[in-house]
Design a protein around this ligand. Sequence first.
Ligand SMILES: O=c1ccn([C@@H]2O[C@H](COP(=O)(O)O)[C@@H](O)[C@H]2O)c(=O)[nH]1
Length: 486
Amino acid sequence: MDTSSPATIQSLDEIILEFYAAGVIKLGQYKLKSGVMSPIYIDLRELIGFPKLLNTAAQLLHNVIRQKSSSISCDVLCGAPYAAVPVCTLVTVAQNIPMVMRRKEVKEYGTKKAVEGPVKDGAKCVIIDDVCTSGLSIMETATDLRKVGLVVEHAVILLDREAGGPFNLQNEGITLHSVMTLSYVCQTLVKSGKLDPKMAKQIEQFMASQAPDPKPQKVVNGNGLSKTWKQQSFSARAEHTSNAVAKHLFQLMDRKKSNLIVAADLTSTEAILNLADAIGPNICAFKIHADIIDGFSEDFVSKLKELSQTHRFLIFEDRKFSDIGSTVARQYGGGVFQIAHWADMVTIQPTPGPAVIEGLKKGQRSGHGIGGALIAEMSSKGALPNKENVAATIQMAHDHPEDIMGYICQSDIDDEPRFVRMTPGVHISEAGDTLGQQYVLPETVIENCADAVIVGRGITEAFKPSEAARMYQTRAFEAYLKRTSQ
Ligand SMILES: O=c1ccn([C@@H]2O[C@H](COP(=O)(O)O)[C@@H](O)[C@H]2O)c(=O)[nH]1
């Protein structure tokens, strides 16, 4: 996403708000081309009623071409019919770049051309479009342009709905560049009070449900060899998983530049909520133990959920479910804590076997699979080592990819990129505690196996928890960047 000049981040936000005021961004229930109902609809055709805004859109699009001029070469433009034709015409006039027009319906008379305008064999044509969902309409345009000899390698759009467009187009040899993403638009509307955080969460869930199915990716390192799971980026791995929570967490870690999960092992609801508010911007997930909290209540849960929406983090209940299926179904879906109603992620002990997962599925409340993290290895001293158990745990995960989002582990136990590895027992002082907890540095666990680090007392007992959270966030994310650049 391009957020630089002339629209700085601030002025891009202002433009988004103007789009909203002009009715270009609509909230409600709208039917998409695919027939799917969407809680948000972006109709850039409305821009033709607002000449100033139309011109701004043209400037934003041209900025992308200008700023990426070292990679995008552009002899001619083509606005994808019909919504993008007016805005493309403005770019043509303002920048003196010729334009061609693709006809959707070829005339039965006259020249019968599918592409009108200055078509030169081998000329580089950049497609301009308003919104991209799956990339299909850009692909249709590219097919016609290629048929007449134009070379299409880039498309520039105003808004990416993040439903697989860039990935699908890349497979067809087209790099997609967008001015903004749907998540950024939602974020801006929430910040300005135009969009209720609850509604934003619904949109986020809708987007996750629309995200593409995992597709095999050609992921190779500098030597042309297949990248191991450790070398792959979170965004690439999001494409590999069919677990909605893992996909969401991978995308969140990538966007927030945080692979820090805090373990908020505090007992007062007030202290927990204050911590969540203070460090929310630095974390991807907030882990609690509901059963150690004094005065756990519905009110506490709703406040924590509100904070999770404001700061965009997942709520992680470290319940370590480990009973027969029927008991687990009740522990998860009912009882004092009603965990299934508020936890995005939960930990699971694999010892009962697959029945524990079936029990959780029975107790679940969300529409998607449970965000189950299987405990493969524990951090405490003397934790029972058993290779057979680890192998069986991996098998359980592989047999339940819709419900298992990843592992709690201490070493590199599996080659499969789709699972998120989370490692507790992380502290910048490796001394450990007096009750068997063992600590390792964030850099070491990321290098060993962790995608996300789980840090408890390193943050909660720090003199300034928010500064400590920032420090762990930076160290863990930099270690991840280093690992993926190898
Ligand atoms: O193997 C495990 C599994 C879970 N935990 C949990 O993580 C945190 C660690 O807290 P620190 O204060 O950073 O020690 C805590 O909630 C444990 O229940 C773990 O430590 N090891």
